[in-house]
Design a protein. Structure first.
Length: 95
């Protein structure tokens, strides 16, 4: 009998969402910690954070040697199917 085929490695949520969930829990999290927890590279974290800042979803404030991230919870989700919902609704559901 043949071994079962490996299961595809995918999740329902994007890495962008994973980072927002993490930052919602720990606004002063380090990029290294975010990368490790989400399972992506530090460079990928930096790229995603830059995209979220560019889109006005995230702001960064320097606090000493660390960054503190603030999520614009009133921002609407981007996809047309979810546009009537806000980040606040999503984050409250996931945390």
């Amino acid at each position: 009998m043949a071994a079962p085929a490996p299961r595809p490695q995918w999740t329902f949520l994007t890495n962008h969402t994973h980072l927002l969930v993490m930052l919602n829990r720990e606004p002063a999290a380090r990029i290294r910690d975010l990368a490790e927890e989400v399972g992506i590279t530090q460079r990928a974290v930096q790229r995603i954070l830059a995209e979220l800042v560019l889109d006005g979803i995230l702001t960064i404030k320097k606090e000493g040697r660390r960054n503190a991230y603030r999520i614009k919870r009133s921002a609407r989700l981007r996809h047309p199917l979810e546009r009537k919902h806000t980040l606040e609704e999503l984050l409250d559901l996931l945390t």
